[in-house]
Design a protein around this ligand. Structure first.
Ligand code: UT7
Length: 357
């Protein structure tokens, strides 16, 4: 019998209602709408309300994906969750989503490859279904970046429009230290559900190519709040800003614009496809300029690329399902189309996945 294929069955997203425009960030740090749009393409992002965790968004996206697929929660027999901002140090968000989305006690796997998490997850889905271990897999990507933002109460109040007067100068200086990072991220979740199929229609996850290289670990990392410290987190780390990610933006940028096109082309070639065979490329949404440069290198026309970073910023594990979901809603990924998804993130992890929708 032929290997079952993991065929896309439905997608869903969770977007917090609070829209935070660039102007709101300019109230609390030395930045501007002009700088953010020019350097990153981002105009606004979504922020959760205090107390909403990654598993809440993940469960909402999971329920939406199941509804889209016309599947009941008890039809899912495996859950994979990609997040770099789990609700707790442990356990991961997988079982929390399983419970909140009303799934039976199925295996719930947490993977954490940061911005490449969803690409890694898609390979897991293919492996689980192709091997016969699972027949219906829900893959959730969810991240609440606001939990990593080192803002004071005054800063939050100014961003959320609860404070009219300027924030204290010391708060502004503190925020400025991280401004290159803080303007880029937003909160969101996305989920896709896949079913096993042996139909002879060519649909399914066709192949994937993943890479990991710890040599670049230091360019994108949270230095504190982990087992490399004893205790794992303390007031001194927080005061020193060590619980906030370190990001060498230019280096990440350079790696992303070379590795994403490289791995996508290698994957296509290994499957006997050329760039012209692709109907759609969905790239991780970290910076519109990265994606424009990658698109140019790949020689793809605008109608074969979908970006939505302008409205959501970088949502880490959620970018690929969120962009795929919206591309599909816009009629850009119809059944039978050949779609490549590619991402690069902290670790360093990167890769590409090819799917016939
Ligand atoms: O998923 C992976 C996650 N991360 C990424 O993919 C990040 C990839 N890198 C990037 O997106 C870009 O490197 C950034 C958007 C982070 C920065 O853009 P850049 O064009 O590389 O700017 P830069 O870091 O070289 O900074 C240029 C200037 C600096 O000022 P000086 O030294 O020229 O006076 C920065 O201090 O812009 C300043 N700057 C800002 N100005 C206004 C940095 N952040 C800001 C800001 N607003 N938010």
């Amino acid at each position: 019998m032929s290997r079952p294929r993991a065929v896309f069955a439905g997608s869903g997203v969770a977007l917090p209602p609070r829209v935070v425009a660039n102007e709101a960030l300019a109230r609390v740090m030395d930045t501007s709408d002009e700088w953010i749009v020019e350097r990153s393409g981002i105009r606004e992002r979504r922020y959760v309300e205090k107390g909403v965790a990654s598993s809440d968004l993940g469960a909402e996206a999971a329920r939406a994906a199941l509804a889209d697929a016309g599947m009941a929660p008890d039809e899912v027999d495996y859950l994979v969750c990609a997040t770099m901002t789990p609700d707790h140090y442990f356990p991961g968000a997988g079982t929390l989503i399983q419970q909140k989305a009303g799934l039976p006690p199925v295996p719930a796997l947490d993977i954490r490859q940061q911005c490449a998490g969803y690409a890694y997850g898609l390979q897991m889905v293919e492996a689980l279904i192709g091997s016969g271990i699972a027949r219906a897999v829900l893959l959730v990507g969810c991240d609440v970046h606001t939990s990593l933002m080192p803002f004071s109460e005054a800063t939050w109040a100014a961003i959320e429009g609860r404070r009219g007067e300027p924030i204290p100068e010391t708060d502004r200086e503190w925020n400025n230290r991280f401004r290159h990072l803080l303007v880029l991220f937003g909160d969101a979740a996305g989920a896709l559900v896949f079913r096993a199929s042996t139909a002879d229609d060519g649909r399914g996850i066709l192949a994937s190519r993943l890479c990991g290289d710890g040599a670049h670990e230091g360019i994108l990392t949270v230095p504190g709040a982990g087992s490399a410290r004893r205790p794992w987190v303390d007031a001194a780390q927080i005061a020193a800003g060590e619980t906030v990610p370190v990001m060498e933006g230019r280096q990440v940028f350079k790696l992303a614009v070379t590795r994403m096109p490289e791995v996508t082309l290698a994957l296509l070639a290994a499957q006997g496809f050329g760039r012209d065979d692709l109907d759609l490329l969905v790239m991780h949404q970290a910076n519109l300029r990265i994606n424009e440069a990658a698109q140019k290198q790949l020689g793809l026309p605008d109608e074969k690329v979908f970006n939505n970073i302008e409205r959501y910023g970088n949502t880490t594990s959620a970018t690929l399902p969120l962009a795929f979901h919206e591309a599909r809603a816009a009629g850009r990924a119809p059944e039978g189309s050949l779609v490549a998804l590619t991402a690069l993130g902290a670790g360093l992890h990167w890769g590409a996945v090819l799917m016939r929708v």
